[in-house]
Design a protein around this ligand. Sequence first.
Ligand SMILES: [Zn+2]
Length: 393
Amino acid sequence: MDVVEEVDIVEEVVRYTYRLRPGAAARAALDAEWNRCRFLWNEAVHQQRQGNRPTLCSLSKMLTAARAECTWLREGSQVAQQQMLRTYTMALQHSFKIKGRGRPAVKAKKKTSPSLEYTTRGFSVRGGRLNLPGKVTIPVVWSRDLPCEPTSVRVYRDSLGHWYASFVVRREMADIPEASASIGVDWGVATTATTTDPAYDLPHLGYRKRCAAELAKAQRKMARRRRPNGHTNSAGYVRAKRAAAKLHKKAARQNTHASRMWAKGVVDNHQVIAVEDFKPTFLAKSTMARKAADAAIGAAKRELVERGTRAGRKVVLVPPAYTTMTCSGCFARAKQRLGLGVRTFVCTTCGFSAGRDENAARVILATAERDRAGIEGVRHAITSLPGAGLCAA
Ligand SMILES: [Zn+2]
């Protein structure tokens, strides 16, 4: 996330994230800081709902006035509070500009996880520790070195209660080898990604399935310990719930890692990458929901598109309509949809036959190659192919 490209300097701005190990005092300080920032956010939401059209300028003025009056607000870091209002105004702007994005909502204490941002005025890294305002120092697990001095940091807690620091740094672009090959990618359930070159296929790794037995055990434990509605949950129930959540997270991380490794291989060796523009809701609504989630198609696609764009490759998103019905040999479109059980595509016009997904991958690549001339970056291709429908028998 938050990747900005700069072609001339060959530098990129990226995030480096590390696990934090805050002690009890630091955790309490972070929670208190979050509560103060949350108050400010909710106040801004309130202002907006009353029709006051809050801007960063007006909110900052109100923050200054409030800090002069309230001791408890003054106890917190001004940098974190200012950054919270900045994040709010960004969210508000996005809600007007980005389709489907709602207005910023109230952050309830029980439903949100802490997330605090500090600029260089508010934090420092000394002696391997992250120092925050209010004499808060937190040990960092340095899993790798920071490439340079960070310009800002976001300190956040995930759903498992683990704390992380995400530093924004500027680093030199890694050398990406020149490549001339093209590849088409079709997403599926049995094989997460089928490509035009079988060497780059991403098999379905089934991490979630592998820890399904453990997960089922944790869920049975939860069921045994569940109390009737209206009663607070027992400590044992909370423990079992946490164990289940941990297993889910583990599988998700393995999926992310696998898709990263795969995406790197594809991007390093191909100049043109044609990707099926898969919409996850399509499968999630059907009975294959579980498998589709498992296949982690979403994660792989995101990783591939992001890496490809960053490396300056031509990434073309091809709408999935008709890709399985079209022959990659003669581009005739079949009259009827291929059932999900049919794994081999056979063309009735020219007799070409190939694996269902392999044929789709080839169609996707052909669609992208046809109209890629002179167009940079991620773009959407048109589905109709030359000759499609002409020789459909
Ligand atoms: Zn054909």
